[in-house]
Design a protein around this ligand. Structure first.
Ligand SMILES: *[C@@H]1O[C@H](CO)[C@@H](O)[C@H](O)[C@H]1NC(C)=O
Ligand SMILES: *[C@@H]1O[C@H](CO)[C@@H](O)[C@H](O)[C@H]1NC(C)=O
Ligand SMILES: *[C@@H]1O[C@H](CO)[C@@H](O)[C@H](O)[C@H]1NC(C)=O
Ligand SMILES: *[C@@H]1O[C@H](CO)[C@@H](O)[C@H](O)[C@H]1NC(C)=O
Ligand SMILES: *[C@@H]1O[C@H](CO)[C@@H](O)[C@H](O)[C@H]1NC(C)=O
Ligand SMILES: *[C@@H]1O[C@H](CO)[C@@H](O)[C@H](O)[C@H]1NC(C)=O
Length: 421
């Protein structure tokens, strides 16, 4: 991919923001201009440029008479929401930095305004949930429901969940719009560890992800516009590991889509550690392990990506202790035994140049056998990135046409790589 920053991690995240332009969440000119002003590797510079851009586009949105010009206001609010959301992306090393929550709330508020101006306004609410892995035993799941058709009758519905660093507002742009284009309903959500739940309920990731998804399926059963025979679950990025975990206990889904396979975070991170550091962990020398890891988190000899991985892990698991974070990771592994509990077809995607979870798609496919359909997304047509970032239409064509085949009872191929429908 063409790099928008000499810092590889900045370049990657800039690509994710730029790709929002494909689905009404950004504009190429706005993102390229911000990219040109950001100092590579400088977190404050990143924050400043996206905050300035968010403020500028927010002011444009707020200046529009939304009653007369709802489209103009909506389009601008969707973009300011994206820029506010991305401004604090690299600030997570200090969880008490007030800009994280402030910008998160601004982003949600602008998205709310935009969603309210859609031809069929988006709905937003929270669902009650329970888990033995949260302090009080209960929490709530924030969701957004978008109707696929403005007519009575039940239609297919896709639940979309995200991963380690994105929000349900991102999910709307990444896949939601493409699903709505097909006349299907979309419900996006966030669970513990994800932005709104971290911010408002102070809860880090929990491994019993079915306890996040089942309340959503319960809720869908109460709606008159949802066809319960056609409900699918999509997981994006680390969501590609969370979705199969959920489906291992939630059997009302007719399909699961893992975009992309990330079903073993522990192995992924463990293999990246220096040998002597992993030894400390395995020997139970947690104090030394923590000191070593916290040293790495602030060491400029490490790449932005590696430092960010540590900060984001501690942030999303809501802990100050790297050994606590590491100790909790294995329970998120959707291993062969867990996968064999899934009763519906599973789509397993992989980007040709996605190095973020090597080998995991292959493991999933092996464990699922003929219950899975695999697709390798190619780099030569710009779809080889993690989660096919920048190739949203291509991703939607492959995944959603496969989903339609599931629902229409058409035989599913084991491999969709290079297949042209
Ligand atoms: C974290 O942010 C808070 C609030 O801005 C600040 O008081 C504190 O000094 C910061 N801590 C570090 C380690 O930078
Ligand atoms: C959890 O349950 C308690 C007692 O029923 C209730 O007061 C509280 O509001 C619930 N919290 C959430 C987040 O649902
Ligand atoms: C697979 O994961 C389950 C649930 O976490 C665990 O009970 C089981 O021991 C694991 N199996 C293997 C072979 O690791
Ligand atoms: C498979 O599902 C059953 C029933 O929900 C559950 O008791 C069991 O623990 C699951 N096995 C794994 C490995 O997740
Ligand atoms: C992308 O993947 C192809 C095939 O594995 C490899 O030849 C190429 O070097 C990769 N490109 C980058 C930029 O990583
Ligand atoms: C899928 O694999 C299972 C177990 O190997 C086998 O029993 C079944 O017939 C296969 N189904 C199809 C449609 O090939």
């Amino acid at each position: 991919m063409f790099q928008l920053s000499t810092d590889a991690e900045f370049a990657f995240v800039l690509e994710t923001v730029l790709s929002m332009s494909n689905t009404q969440g950004a504009q190429t000119g706005e993102v390229l201009r911000a990219a040109s002003q950001i100092t590579p590797g400088d977190y404050e510079s990143w924050y400043k440029e996206f905050k300035v851009l968010g403020d500028a586009i927010h002011a444009r949105a707020a200046g529009v008479n939304a009653t007369r010009f709802p489209v103009s206001a909506r389009e601008a609010y969707f973009r300011s929401s994206t820029y506010y959301r991305n401004a604090p992306f690299f600030l997570h090393a200090n969880r008490t930095d007030p800009r994280i929550n402030k910008l998160g709330a601004l982003s949600v508020a602008d998205f709310d305004k935009a969603a309210a101006l859609l031809p069929i306004p988006g709905e937003k609410f929270s669902l009650p949930a329970t888990s033995t892995n949260v302090p009080n035993g209960n929490f709530t799941v924030p969701v957004r429901f978008f109707k696929g058709q403005d007519c009575p009758g039940k239609v297919p519905t896709v639940i979309v969940g995200t991963g380690y660093d994105a929000s349900q507002e991102d999910s709307y742009h990444e896949m939601g719009i493409e699903i709505l284009e097909r006349g299907w309903n979309v419900i996006t959500y966030e669970g513990p560890g994800q932005p709104t739940v971290l911010r408002e309920q102070n809860l880090g990731f929990i491994p019993d992800w079915w306890n996040v998804v089942s309340p959503i399926v319960d809720y869908l059963e109460t709606r008159k516009d949802v066809d319960m025979d056609q409900v699918a679950l999509v997981g994006i990025s680390f969501g590609g590991g969370l979705a199969p975990l959920a489906a291992s206990r939630e059997h009302r889904l007719s399909a699961v889509l893992s975009v992309d396979a990330m079903n073993d975070l522990y192995s992924l991170y463990a293999t990246q550690l220096p040998t002597e550091l992993l030894e400390l962990y395995k020997n139970g020398d947690y104090k030394e392990f923590d000191d070593y890891m916290l040293g790495l988190e602030t060491s400029t000899s490490l790449s932005t990506h590696d430092r960010w991985t540590i900060s984001q892990g501690l942030f999303t698991f809501n802990t100050d202790s790297p050994s606590n974070w590491f100790g909790r990771l294995p329970a998120f592994t959707a291993n062969a035994t867990v996968l064999q509990n899934i009763t519906c077809p599973v789509f397993v995607g992989e980007g040709e140049n996605d190095t973020s979870a090597p080998g995991q798609a292959e493991d999933m496919v092996k464990a699922l056998g003929n219950q899975s359909t695999y697709c390798l997304f190619r780099t030569d047509v710009g779809a080889g990135e993690h989660c096919q970032i920048g190739a949203e239409s291509h991703l939607a064509q492959v995944t959603l046409d496969w989903l339609a085949d599931v629902w229409d009872g058409i035989d599913l191929p084991a491999n969709l790589t290079d297949r042209i429908y």
